[in-house]
Design a protein around this ligand. Structure first.
Ligand SMILES: [Zn+2]
Length: 275
């Protein structure tokens, strides 16, 4: 599943090809993704210049000069391909956005959990019902020691579960929650209320560093989106605990990485390094 660094990587890759261009046609080959696709009844999406693209959590926000726009989520398996308009559509290419540059942006999603929502002209996209309840961006200053300390205080739920809650911070999915807790030396099963003081500061730092390094590396699973700019991610090789069950910890050289389940998701940790 694309996590925050992958979405950021995709955004950076498509941005130069979209800004200043217009959609000349939109071809829809499916009736619904996660929610019904209503792109067809929106002529305002055509022939207006794309003026703004940003990421909020794992959503891509696209704004047009006329004020309308799109909110896009890649779901579990969504990917984009930018290709010449006369190239062939592939299986699972559900939506095609033809651009004034002669390229086509194709949305590919075998499992169809993605979302493409039309933004109306009056709407501030950041206040859209899908976005407005979300917590701070992990790389912004409002995600800080004080904020996380307030969120953790008195909580009995495990720290990893709290980190993966969108209200605490957005975009810290399973891989990055496990890796950040390892880097901060905190056991993922520990009650959030027990994480205090310097350990909170260390965890905030670890989350920011792990995500930024993954973005710099081009996202962990970016090979799925490699058609956009040919760059391959290498963060996979830097993972310390995620997917390393039974292996000796590379940091302490003593602990054996354990795997457990929290809220239905796999958690990986070193019982020696993480207390
Ligand atoms: Zn260790």
């Amino acid at each position: 599943m694309p996590e925050l660094p992958e979405v950021e990587t995709v955004l950076q890759a498509i941005k130069p090809h979209l800004l200043g261009k217009r959609f000349t046609a939109i071809a829809i080959h499916i009736r619904k993704l996660r929610t019904p696709l209503v792109l067809a009844g929106h002529p305002e999406l055509l022939h207006s210049t794309i003026v703004h693209l940003e990421r909020r959590a794992k959503y891509i926000v696209l704004k047009l000069a006329n004020g309308s726009g799109l909110l896009i989520h890649l779901g579990m398996t969504g990917t984009w391909r930018l290709e010449p308009a006369d190239s062939h559509r592939q299986k699972h290419d559900h939506v095609e956005f033809f651009l004034s540059s002669g390229l086509v942006l194709r949305y590919h999603d075998p499992r169809r959990f993605g979302q493409i929502v039309v933004l109306t002209q009056q709407e501030n996209p950041l206040l859209h019902p899908l976005l407005r309840h979300l917590g701070p961006e992990p790389l912004h200053d409002d995600f800080n020691r004080k904020w996380l300390a307030d969120r953790c205080r008195g909580k009995k739920k495990p720290i990893k579960t709290l980190l993966m809650d969108n209200i605490t911070v957005v975009g810290v999915g399973n891989i990055y929650a496990s890796e950040s807790l390892f880097r901060a030396g905190i056991n993922p099963l520990l009650a959030a209320g027990k994480v205090t003081g310097k350990r909170i500061a260390r965890l905030v730092r670890a989350i920011k560093d792990v995500l930024q390094e993954a973005i710099d590396a081009g996202g962990t699973t970016v090979k799925d989106y490699a058609s956009l700019d040919g760059k391959e991610g290498y963060f996979n090789r830097q993972l310390m605990v995620y997917g390393k069950t039974g292996q000796k910890c590379r940091q302490c050289k003593r602990g054996i990485i354990r795997q457990t389940y929290q809220s239905g998701r796999s958690t990986f940790y070193c019982p020696v390094c993480q207390r």
